[in-house]
Write a protein that binds this ligand. Structure first.
Ligand code: PGA
Length: 249
């Protein structure tokens, strides 16, 4: 059985006060949750320890939004996958579209970061997705499939257990526009087929949807057979909304 996961990508938001209020709200909201969803909080790395100290719910794991493509050394300003592991983190976002678009991370950087994450024993949440222009040109599946093929080319054997993929259409991130449940399912079905082609244990790999997931659209998305949860940006900053999304999973 593959895991159902709802992950909170706080992006570059938050403060010491917000960490206290948000994690407090999530703790109390999830205390009585009855489904089997695994919840991941991915705060800015500076708040990692603070979030960790405040989390009171066993099902909550922690992650970071980015790591270096190198293992260690003279890379001022960078954080390594090993450090995340050392601190008890479990997940790392790799290839988020904001990293690809704003920080010039190309497929080779994404693959190098993924390799660091796997080598450190962490789970990568590989983010893929097409732009609006690519979707309108009818190339959405082709783009997503190329991103997956290049990022995962070197993955084999048990390392597949350390892979989660998040399909996040770029035009849906932070825009209030969401892929329809049918369109998202079609992409997820293609991704699962592709994973089987790559000799991955496709039925075991969790495939998340991200892009303007909110309390009012989460249930329809999560009801799709190949959608195993979500990667939540904006709505993860409001405890009530995030808890409601976790309840829909
Ligand atoms: P959003 O962000 O929910 O604010 O659209 C999702 C993401 O970028 O992971």
């Amino acid at each position: 059985m593959r895991r159902t996961i709802v992950a909170a990508n706080w992006k570059m938001n938050g403060s010491v006060d917000l960490v206290r209020d948000l994690v407090g709200g999530v703790n109390s909201g999830l205390a009585t949750l009855e489904n089997a969803v695994e919840v991941v909080i991915i705060p800015p790395a500076l708040f990692f320890r603070d979030v960790q100290a405040r989390v009171e719910i066993d099902r909550i794991a922690l992650g970071v939004q980015n790591v270096s493509q190198w293992q260690a050394g003279a890379y001022t300003g960078e954080l390594s996958a090993r450090m995340v592991r050392d601190l008890g983190g479990a997940y790392v976002l790799v290839g988020h579209s904001e990293r690809r678009q704003l920080f010039g991370e190309d497929d080779s950087v994404v693959a190098a970061k993924l390799a660091q994450v796997l080598a450190s024993g962490l789970t990568a949440i590989l983010c893929v997705g097409e732009t609006l222009a690519e979707r309108e040109a009818g190339a959405a599946q082709q783009v997503v499939s190329a991103q997956i093929r290049t990022a995962l080319a070197a993955v084999q054997g048990d390392s597949w257990n350390q892979i989660v993929i998040a399909y996040e259409p770029v035009w849906a991130i932070g825009t209030g526009k969401t892929a329809t449940a049918d369109d998202a399912q079609a992409m997820h079905q293609m991704m699962r087929g592709l994973l089987a082609e790559l000799d991955a244990p496709a039925e075991q790999i969790s495939l998340l949807y991200g892009g303007s997931v909110k309390p009012d659209n989460a249930a329809a998305l999560f009801a799709q057979p190949d959608i195993d949860g979500g990667l939540i940006g904006g709505a993860s900053l409001v405890a009530e909304d995030f808890v409601s999304i976790c309840q829909s999973a």
